[in-house]
Design a protein. Structure first.
Length: 332
């Protein structure tokens, strides 16, 4: 078995990434199915808003882990629910931290935020974080991801969010420092809300905003550490033997390298093997031959496997686990 699928010190995380329509869900389900037969308690999570994980397993799924077979559980995240919960938690946190700004109608601001660019990525990251924090419940967690662009933005967020959070922490500390200096001259600043008196915080150990930022930084650092740990995380790239898929997989590889997230395996799916001389297929086969040669050249140092076209769609646990042998075990 490929060692980067085997849990080491703790649980193993597998992200299956690639262009839309290349077979990510089938590959994810196959990996999870086969690993579960080896005795690993495995959870497969669909992060793709256009879910078809349930279709592949031929079973209805929701956002709670559902047992598919022994050691195998699956769920499909509800993106709209994720965004609602993310904004609700954010709103409650903001109201607690900024009680003295109750004159502002926060509900209207958060309603607008639900349509803002990037909210889907942050909500997805929050869901991934919550799953990873409960990772000890599983031996292996497989993530079936959205198309490459969204996935890379989500995987890049922890590092970006950490940089921004550190900047905000620094700014907040400077604000508190200024407040403390003003307080020494003019005395404590107090305000009354609903007949209850509050003091405007001026020290780090009493400031709810700073505490929230520092807690968030710890959460982000946990996700970042997990994603960049080769003993914990494996990324599998799935592609078809086509030029556009090759270019997109290359860009994904470069982005993952930039953020130190370990890409280990390239699965070339839907490879056509045919002995007959069919002129109608010549262009397709010539392109495939060229792309397969470029894949070997461009992804040197990575494991590469070829998965042939199947006579029928691989659906259902029994077929998927057999399909997974080719991906998880060494050799083609």
């Amino acid at each position: 078995m490929r060692d980067y699928f085997i849990p080491k010190e703790e649980f193993r995380v597998v992200f299956v990434v690639g262009k839309g329509g290349v077979g990510k869900t089938t590959s994810s389900a196959s990996i999870a199915s086969y690993l579960s037969t080896k005795g690993y308690k495995t959870l497969i999570v669909s992060l793709d808003p256009a879910h078809n994980l349930g279709d592949v397993f031929m079973i209805k799924l929701n956002d709670k882990p559902k047992e598919i077979s022994k050691n195998l559980y699956a769920l499909e995240l509800d993106m709209e629910k994720l965004i609602r919960n993310y904004l609700k938690n954010l709103e409650e946190s903001m109201k607690y931290m900024y009680r003295y700004l109750t004159v502002i109608n926060l509900e209207n601001y958060f309603e607008v935020l639900s349509y803002s660019p990037g909210i889907e990525e942050y909500a997805t990251l929050e869901a991934v974080r919550e799953i990873l924090q409960k990772g000890d419940e599983w031996d292996i967690i497989v993530f079936d991801t959205p198309p490459t662009g969204l996935t890379l933005r989500v995987l890049a967020l922890p590092k970006i969010a950490k940089i921004w959070t550190e900047k905000l922490i620094d700014i907040r500390k400077k604000i508190l420092e200024k407040r403390f200096m003003i307080e020494k001259i003019h005395g404590e600043r107090k305000f009354v809300i609903e007949n209850k008196e509050y003091k405007l915080p001026s020290k780090e150990d009493e400031d709810a905003v700073l505490k929230e930022l520092e807690n968030y930084k710890k959460e982000i650092e946990f996700v970042l550490k997990t994603l960049t740990d080769e003993k914990k995380t494996t990324v599998v790239g799935v592609m078809n033997p086509e030029m556009l898929a090759l270019y997109e997989t290359e860009r994904a590889r470069d982005a993952l390298q930039k953020f130190n997230i370990p890409l280990k395996l390239i699965v070339v799916n839907k490879v056509i093997t045919i002995d007959l001389d069919l002129p109608q297929l010549k262009v397709k086969l010539d392109t495939q031959k060229q792309v397969l040669g470029e894949i070997s050249e461009k992804f040197k140092g990575l494991d590469i496997i070829h998965i042939g076209m199947h006579e029928r769609e691989p659906r259902g646990f029994d077929i998927l686990k057999e399909f997974g042998v080719n991906i998880v075990e060494r050799g083609d």
